[in-house]
Design a protein around this ligand. Structure first.
Ligand code: ADP
Length: 474
């Protein structure tokens, strides 16, 4: 399953130059992938463009059947795929398996949605006209994906693209390319035509330059940092490509004094510590109402102290390694800055002894506005707890960010639930839950968290163009 070649124009190929891939838990090299560049990206784009018309012309039901076969293959191989994913990404095996099932769900879902790309007939303004709207595939799509969800971030783009009738070139993260290449193998086996889906690994800036510059590419779908998203948007502006951008977050998690505290702690743990805090919808800052602040701090610290740190393959592990040592240094920097400005470590607070990329799950109390940890996405196992007094203050604090991907809050009062849900500036709001990701719901952000929605019936629209037909009967 561990392919060490790229998949271009339906062939497994390399160019003799290599990038080493390591296991973040141990630092051991687990394999290598080709270091490709502009030339190979161009070839992959041409292959996708050549394969696309025949694919788009096939009945939606045929495209659906192939996507669903790919979903079934992923599920059949879930254990092996999960092991590969944990080896290159680090997350606990149970989470990796959960991600494979989640990734397969997009193939299944968009297989279903492929058949529902309905058009419209619009009542015309004059008697001699008829107005219709068709939906057609947007064209060749270039996808660039991150390392934190090496499987799901790919199928969330690939499935709607193929369902709509598009071809695709994918550049996965150089840190986690093997899961992407395994997905290419599955797509090939499931019957995706040669050339329609290509995976190119290598120099990000060079491949990205070709993907955003090549006129055959009509859309860029990117998940990653806001800085790279901004750069891709700028590059794509020259040829006015469509963009779906799923960028950084800084999710607030608010606990009101009428919340069920135990449920709030359980939701906080799920939202904050999944994937060791390395998801773009992870709670990044906690606002807890004054009346229950101390009680929440105590329960949260106790629950966090029970989390087990270790290699993702060890049974019972909750927190695996961070992706690299830079990530560890960032968590430490946020703690040091907060402590220097008056916060206190309640549990954790330092790297874990398991290896250079492990960090102990941490809770900070007495965190206040102005500390870095509230302003930047930590992307690690650190929960900063801020005290607030009033509902309006909590909404204002939550909205005091250039990001707006996910937000969470716990409350029981129904009026408050509506006021806060409507007042929060984010694309996703979890109310009395810390888990919001599912293929059936639209995932995406407002403000600098991005453009477009992935998953759900809306997710297909991002890969379709509307064509308006005006027919004169005269
Ligand atoms: P993260 O901080 O999550 O690693 P990045 O935005 O750096 O997020 O990476 C997300 C994806 O973007 C990866 O596949 C990475 O290789 C790619 N990437 C990084 N820099 C560029 C670039 N200049 N052009 C195109 N892709 C890039």
């Amino acid at each position: 399953m561990k392919r060490e070649q790229c998949f271009i124009a339906g062939e497994w190929v390399d160019n003799g130059a290599w990038i080493a891939v390591d296991n973040p838990a141990t630092g051991a090299i687990i394999g290598r992938v080709p270091a490709m560049g502009r030339e190979e990206a161009r070839r992959a784009i041409a292959a996708a463009a050549a394969a696309m018309p025949a694919w788009a012309a096939r009945p939606a039901g045929e495209r659906a059947a192939i996507l669903q076969r790919a979903a079934a293959l992923m599920l059949e191989r879930a254990d092996a795929l999960a092991a590969l994913l944990t080896q290159e990404q680090g997350k606990p095996l149970a989470e990796a398996r959960g991600e494979i099932v989640y990734a397969a769900s997009f193939l299944q879902w968009f297989g279903e949605e492929a058949k529902r790309a309905y058009g419209d007939v619009i009542p015309a303004p004059t008697a001699d006209k008829r107005i219709m709207v068709l939906k057609q595939p947007v064209g060749v799509v270039a996808a660039i994906t991150p390392w934190n969800f090496p499987a799901a971030m790919i199928t969330r783009k690939l499935a709607p693209a193929l369902a709509a009738g598009c071809g695709m070139v994918l550049k996965p993260s150089e840190l986690t390319p093997f899961t992407a290449l395994a997905i290419a193998e599955i797509a090939d086996e499931a019957g995706v035509p040669k050339g329609l889906f290509n995976v190119v690994t290598g120099d990000a800036a060079e491949i990205g330059g070709e993907l955003t510059g090549n006129p055959l590419v009509r859309k860029i779908s990117f998940t990653g940092s806001t800085a790279v998203g901004r750069l891709l948007m700028e590059q794509a502006s020259r040829s006015i490509k469509k963009l779906s951008l799923e960028l950084g977050g800084n999710a607030p998690f608010i606990v009101f004094d009428d919340a069920d505290l135990d449920a709030a702690v359980a939701g906080a743990i799920q939202s904050k510590y999944r994937n060791a805090g390395q998801t773009c919808v992870c709670a990044n800052r906690f606002y807890v109402q004054a009346g229950i602040y101390d009680a929440f701090v105590g329960k949260m610290a106790a629950a966090v102290a029970r989390l087990r740190v270790g290699e993702g393959t060890s049974p019972g592990v909750d927190i695996g390694p961070l992706i690299d040592e830079r990530a560890v240094a960032k968590v430490q920097r946020h703690i040091d800055d907060a402590v220097a400005k008056g916060a206190q470590v309640v549990t954790g607070g330092s790297p874990a002894p398991d290896g250079p990329r492990f960090f102990a799950p941490t809770v900070l109390r007495d965190v206040r506005p102005g500390m870095q940890v509230l302003e930047e996405e930590t992307f690690g196992p650190l929960a900063p707890l801020v005290k607030f007094d009033e509902e309006g203050e909590a909404i204002a604090l939550a909205n005091d960010s250039e990001f707006g991907l996910a937000a969470y809050f716990y409350a029981r009062d129904i009026g408050r639930i509506w006021r806060v849900a409507e007042g929060i500036e984010s694309g996703i709001v979890g109310i009395n839950t810390g888990i919001i990701s599912t293929e059936v719901a639209p995932f995406g952000g407002v403000k600098q968290s991005g453009l477009g929605r992935e998953g759900s019936r809306y997710g297909l629209d991002d890969y379709l163009e509307l064509k308006y037909l005006c027919l004169s009967l005269a």
